[in-house]
Design a protein around this ligand. Structure first.
Ligand code: ZN
Length: 448
């Protein structure tokens, strides 16, 4: 579907939603928020079950597969959606293994360093790897540093101002870059603004240089301490022992489910959320909360007897954390089938309650969507609709020009727990979580 046609469709459907229904949009939206406020208990219990029973849902793992089965049961037996199906996806199969990192000072004293392996990292085959440390706190410093035969400590802090996007290269690129310059391993300061002893993992990529050396994420506290020790004792040594390893790729499943539209069933509104998580937590906010949100939107449409004009489809996909392979596979199939989409609403920002929607393209319909969401959703906490540059590298946008919209939660505390052992159900604020689902439901209702 070309953009003009899609815009025309959106105008038509919005006009239908806002003008021709017996229930006013205000009333309908109030009903949606009330439903999530009062009646709905399934959102929280579903999230609790996924978090507690199927933690560490890494791509290719049994827990990941079991979580898919659990969501299938809910969608089929409880919600009774119209269609459910799977898509097989080739996913990386990586095992974190057993890991230890320790520091030995020149005077012979030793202490442990709290660390977790970085996702996709090679290990040391269970052997001790010992070397001196070179600390770098910026890309420029790294480019100038002599790292040959050393372990590089990437210690550029993530700050509130610069954020995750600025610091992340150290984890995603550090090992490949350092390996190419002759380093033997890397330690990466955790991507968080908190100072504590809880390390944050995440993926690394070797493909920029092809050189594979071990990468461990260390806690911010451990990074500060090691940095202090290095200033006094430049000859200290660090020992890494890790059995992390990547096995042959395996097959995972995308889960797709939908309620078919009554007027224009061939037009799809897609809600997408990745199902995979890291090995060191329940992955409650990243990203079980978004998966449950997608499922509960369908449940709300059924429970509140809202018959959508367009098909409302949800996609719980594999392997966002490393290669986005689940989304790539979905996009490939969508293109083959020549499917028509109004937009894809991607959800991956935790459960901190509604903040904004992000429209990642120069959408001529942006002012209208902004007007409508300002009118109907601002009273419920949506602060702004932001229009950002087209999202590059998003498979559905790249291959089919499907507009990418993002649902954005309040992320004030998201990076305190993101990819760490604290991303568990006990950190979920039930009211904020449910208000977020109500907001996504209301947005979909308004756009339908
Ligand atoms: Zn995520």
């Amino acid at each position: 579907m070309n953009n003009m046609k899609r815009d025309f469709l959106l105008i038509l459907t919005l006009f239908a939603t806002l003008s021709c229904t017996k229930v006013t949009p205000e009333k309908r939206i109030e009903t949606i928020y009330n439903y999530f406020d009062n009646e709905n208990t399934t959102a929280l219990s579903t999230l609790e079950t996924v978090s507690n029973n199927y933690p560490a849902r890494m791509s290719g793992s049994q827990n990941n597969s079991d979580a898919i089965d659990y969501f299938t049961l809910i969608l089929g037996n409880d919600i009774k959606v119209d269609n459910i199906w799977y898509q097989d996806v080739t996913v990386p199969h990586w095992l974190p293994g057993e890991n230890s990192v320790s520091c030995k000072l020149s005077d012979g004293t030793t202490h442990g360093i709290t660390a977790v392996p970085v996702g996709l990292s090679v290990g040391t085959d269970g052997n001790d790897l010992t070397a001196n440390i070179v600390e770098v706190t910026s890309r420029e410093a790294f480019d100038k540093a002599n790292v040959k035969g050393k372990i590089v400590l990437f210690n550029e802090p993530m700050t509130a101002e610069n954020g995750y996007g600025k610091a992340r290269w150290q984890r995603t690129q550090g090992a490949a870059l350092a390996g190419a310059k002759g380093a033997v391993a890397v330690l990466v300061r955790s991507m968080t603004t908190l100072t504590n002893d809880d390390p944050h993992t995440g993926s690394t990529r070797y493909d920029s240089t092809g050189v594979q050396i071990p990468a461990m994420a260390i806690s911010t506290q451990a990074a500060d301490k090691l940095s202090e020790e290095l200033k006094k004792d430049g000859r200290l040594k660090v020992t890494i022992n890790s059995t992390a390893k990547r096995l042959e790729d395996t097959i995972g499943r995308n889960l797709v489910a939908e309620i078919v539209g009554k007027k224009t069933p061939e037009h799809i509104i897609l809600l997408s959320a990745h199902l995979d998580s890291w090995f060191n937590s329940q992955g409650a906010q990243d990203n079980a909360a978004s998966c449950v949100t997608a499922v509960e939107v369908l449940r709300a449409f059924k429970k509140l007897k809202i018959k959508p004009n367009n098909t409302i489809r949800i996609l719980l996909y594999q392997d966002e954390e490393c290669f986005l392979s689940g989304m790539k596979e979905y996009a490939k199939i969508a293109k083959e089938k020549n499917e028509e989409y109004l937009f894809d609403l991607e959800m991956d920002s935790g459960a901190g309650g509604p903040k904004s929607f992000r429209l990642a393209e120069k959408d001529i319909f942006f002012p209208k969507i902004k007007e409508i969401t300002d009118q109907y959703l601002t009273p419920y906490g949506i602060e702004e609709i932001t229009q950002v540059e087209e999202r590059k590298g998003w498979p559905l946008s790249d291959s089919m020009k499907i507009p990418y919209y993002g649902y954005v939660s309040n992320t004030d505390h998201y990076f305190d727990i993101h990819h760490s052992s604290s991303d568990n159900f006990d950190k979920i604020d039930p009211a904020a979580f449910k208000k977020g689902i109500a907001t996504v439901t209301a947005f979909v209702y308004l756009m339908d």
